[in-house]
Design a protein. Structure first.
Lengths: 203, 377, 260
């Protein structure tokens, strides 16, 4: 069973629709009691870092989530701002992140840009996975939709599961133990996103 | 539960309530095929000569006009192959039109595009007013009858004749063919879609908005007035030569990038839902029986293959929930409401006003005059 | 490598799809839900849906329609039309839409852009500018209300302002080229392109894939949007949804970006 966290941000319906059409069991959790028995979690996210952290902290699910992820080691997939929230903090905001992965979130350095368009990083870009197992099993030339101005920067290279080139390479997919994150939007990346989400469900 | 008796030659069974069997267990559909279709169906040199004569007549009638014939393109195999033949093999100048009733599948739209581009033809599309179409479709659901695809079918025929009249085209080419359709859906299952009286009555009783833009045809208009007064004739070119569905599909796929459908009539998302789910689930009518039986009689499928395929569910169980949701959303109702129509008391065309007498009389007259072969009953 | 984006743009009027010429003479194109479904199956890069009545009629967006359309999209969806408050922006995003487009309301009240950006993030706030050439000197001016109301703004300075206010994307729409299928107004694009580093999407005039290729060749990473091109076929403008295949798109980008 996939549990999609509904804390007021992110395209919850898109994730639910994808799993429904894959005929994989999916539910939505908006309260701690709905979350507490989750087996696999998706943490969606759209919007600014502080706004997202505030909404999560006020949702009543923060403690339950920390317990599930850090203690019970429940697999969790953070998407876009959901991934960024898993870091210790972000240049975009003042609030601390969840700290599930030793990483920070930085703004792209615009001085190095070779084209007129700078930020946000918007559109379809390639992802180079470190290996073709787990999330990227069966995906050929994976490409996904990105929409962000800040990127995830893990301290350890081992936590980088995939990279993308945008005026330099950045970690578009990260993993530390049971914690996964994608900077792109699998729920809005057609067949590649659907395949990745299916792989997450089948891990 | 009593098992329905199945024909010993094809796979039509007693879900066709008017079926009859001879002493060998062969059904009346097969007999009609042997006695009425076969003697008049020429796919050899007779057929090619007849066709060549027709093609010349068509070309002559079109001299000085933009088009010499009209073809309705659904993106399905029959109309696609027909369009290919008309342009490439017969050298005709068809006006190709498509009726968009709001339910086109991606494959249909792709196939029309590929054929039209690949053959260098011009396309006309008639877009049916969706709000009216939706209202009419809902009216049909609420009426409880089994022929709820009449709104789409009727719009197609009405538009076809409208274009023929507008562009002064004397010849309509249709993809109708004996090879895959020698057995027709029983009238009980799918009543004549061109009966405008029936459509109007059901709309009067259940519709919520006036039918202003929706095109209506009528049996008298398109079977009597247009052919006999205006001289517009409908031709079925696929009947004049061997038409093997599998080969036709391969040719189109290789030559044009044509995409196949899982089943006949799946160009329309609604028709797919209607034929694969609605009809069998609500009425026990499985149109695959009709389609496979035709293929059996014309040697393109064995009875064993057909029986084997019929064991599988007529609809895709993995996607039916999504299809129900999509159909409901599109019609502006909830899935519960759509499901409620599934269990309404059943009605037939006889429960509403119709011109069925005219059809019955007309069919007898046509047969007596030798003007039409085979048949829908 | 970040690819350029090819984006069908659908116009909704009275809940039905229409296509205009010069923002006028709307021709009925059919049901939006089925069109969106087909585009989704064709795996389009993104989709833009604009309700062209909402602002003129001073009414709220049709949330039910928006939710239904969003449910059919496995690609990002941008919605515009009748959006005047940050609450509406938030509500539309929560229905499963990635970006919300502001036009008239942003011109009337530019702080709407920054307020909306605070709530949903700048990346989800798009400013659409409908531009027409006016006067003897044929200078460019931004219009609102379906091209009926002159704003007094010139697109170049408006683009700069919009970036400063925190928007995430600029959609540049040429009213003069709309529906003509004779190509984009590349002069207009050049002017505005120099004025902002925001992602840009160009709309109005595309008549063939060659026009999209020409745009990408000149401007590199850019959004190429079109209405007529993806909704009509052939000289009789028969309504038929079409869109380049993935191979056709990749080949187009490769050719266009060869020397970049």
């Amino acid at each position: 069973m996939i549990t999609v966290l509904d804390y007021g941000l992110g395209n919850v319906a898109a994730f639910v629709n994808i799993y429904k059409r894959l005929n994989l069991p999916v539910e939505v959790a908006a309260t701690a009691s709905q979350l507490v028995n989750a087996e696999k979690i998706i943490l969606p996210g759209v919007g600014a870092f502080d706004w997202a952290m505030t909404r999560l902290n006020e949702s009543g699910m923060r403690d339950c989530l920390d317990d599930l992820v850090m203690v019970k080691k429940t697999p969790v997939l953070g998407v876009c701002v959901g991934m960024q929230m898993m870091a210790k903090g972000s240049d975009e905001g003042k609030l601390p992140g969840l700290g599930w992965i030793d990483a920070v979130v930085k703004r792209f350095d615009e001085t190095g840009f070779s084209q007129q368009t700078h930020l946000p990083h918007m559109g379809w870009n390639d992802v180079n996975p470190r290996d073709s197992n787990c999330l990227f099993k069966g995906l050929l030339s994976p490409r996904f939709y990105f929409l962000h101005s800040y990127y995830f920067s893990p301290v350890s290279k081992d936590d980088v599961l995939g990279v993308t080139d945008y005026n330099g390479s950045f970690a578009s997919v990260a993993r530390h133990a049971n914690v996964f994150g994608t900077q792109f939007h699998p729920e809005k990346s057609h067949q590649w996103g659907i395949a990745l989400l299916k792989n997450f469900a089948e891990l | 539960m009593i098992d329905k008796k199945i024909c010993s030659r094809c796979v039509m069974d007693q879900s066709d309530s008017r079926i009859s069997f001879d002493i060998h267990g062969v059904c009346d559909h097969c007999r009609t095929f042997d006695e009425q279709v076969v003697p008049n169906w020429h796919t050899d040199e007779r057929g090619s000569r007849e066709l060549a004569t027709l093609v010349e007549k068509i070309k002559l009638s079109g001299k000085g006009h933009d088009f010499d014939c009209i073809i309705g393109m659904s993106g399905g195999i029959d109309s696609s192959y027909l369009t290919y033949l008309a342009k490439e093999k017969f050298g005709l100048r068809p006006l190709v039109f498509h009726v968009d009733a709001g339910w086109n599948s991606q494959e249909a739209v792709n196939n029309i595009e590929k054929l039209v581009d690949g053959l260098g033809l011009d396309l006309y599309t008639e877009v049916i007013d969706w709000e009216e179409m939706r209202d009419l479709q809902l009216a049909f659901f609420q009426s409880g009858v089994s022929h709820i695809d009449s709104p789409q079918d009727n719009a197609f025929f009405a538009t076809m004749y409208k274009f023929a009249k507008q562009y002064k085209v004397k010849y309509i080419l249709t993809g109708g063919n004996q090879s895959t359709e020698c057995i027709r859906n029983p009238v009980e299952w799918m009543y004549y879609q061109s009966d405008a009286v029936q459509i109007k009555d059901i709309h009067n009783k259940f519709g919520k908005r006036p039918l202003v833009n929706y095109p209506l045809t009528s049996i008298l208009w398109h079977k009597i007035y247009l052919p006999y007064i205006k001289g517009i004739k409908a031709i079925r070119p696929l009947d004049y030569g061997p038409y093997i569905k599998h080969d036709a599909m391969k040719l189109l796929m290789d030559k044009f990038g044509w995409q196949p459908y899982p089943q006949k009539h799946f160009e329309s998302v609604f028709t797919r839902f209607y034929e694969s789910y609605w009809l069998p689930t609500r009425f026990g009518y499985d149109v695959r029986r009709v389609q496979y039986s035709s293929l059996i009689l014309t040697g393109q499928m064995t009875r064993e293959e057909a029986l084997e395929k019929l064991k599988q569910s007529p609809y895709d169980e993995a996607t039916i929930a999504y299809d129900m949701e999509y159909v409901a959303n599109k019609l502006g109702i909830t899935v519960d409401e759509l499901n409620s129509y599934l269990v309404l008391p059943k009605h037939t065309y006889r429960d509403y006003k119709s011109q069925s007498q005219i059809y019955e009389w007309g069919a007898k007259a046509m047969k007596a005059l030798g003007l039409e072969v085979g048949g829908k009953r | 490598m970040l690819r350029p984006r090819i984006i069908p743009c659908l116009l909704v009027k009275n809940n039905g799809l229409v296509k205009t010429v010069g923002f006028d003479k709307p021709k009925y194109v059919g049901d939006p839900l089925n069109a969106v479904r087909i585009f989704n199956e064709k795996e389009v890069d993104e989709l833009m849906v604009v309700d062209i009545d909402a602002t003129a009629q001073n009414r709220e967006p049709n949330y039910k329609l928006i939710a239904n359309l969003a449910a059919e999209c496995r690609m990002p969806l941008c919605y515009g039309g009748g959006v005047t408050t940050p609450e509406q922006v938030q509500r539309i995003i929560s229905l499963g839409v990635e970006k919300v487009a502001l036009s008239a309301a942003a011109v009337a009240n530019p702080s709407l852009i920054s307020k909306a950006a605070q709530w949903v993030g700048g990346q989800s706030v798009v400013v659409v500018m409908d531009v027409k050439k006016v006067g003897l000197l044929r200078r460019y001016e931004v219009f609102t209300h379906n091209g009926n109301k002159a704003s007094g703004l010139d697109p170049v300075s408006w683009a700069k302002q919009v970036e400063e206010l925190g928007a995430g994307e600029v959609v540049l729409n040429s009213i003069d080229q709309d529906g003509e299928m004779k190509g984009y107004d590349l002069t207009l694009v050049e002017r505005v392109r120099q004025a902002t580093t925001l992602p840009m999407t160009v709309l109005g005039g595309a008549g063939s894939l060659d026009d999209l290729e020409a745009l990408v060749r000149r401007f590199g990473t850019i959004g190429a949007s079109a209405g007529s091109l993806f909704v009509f076929k052939g000289k009789y403008k028969a309504v038929l949804i079409n869109y380049p295949s993935r191979d056709e798109k990749d080949a187009l980008f490769e050719r266009a970006l060869e020397n970049k």
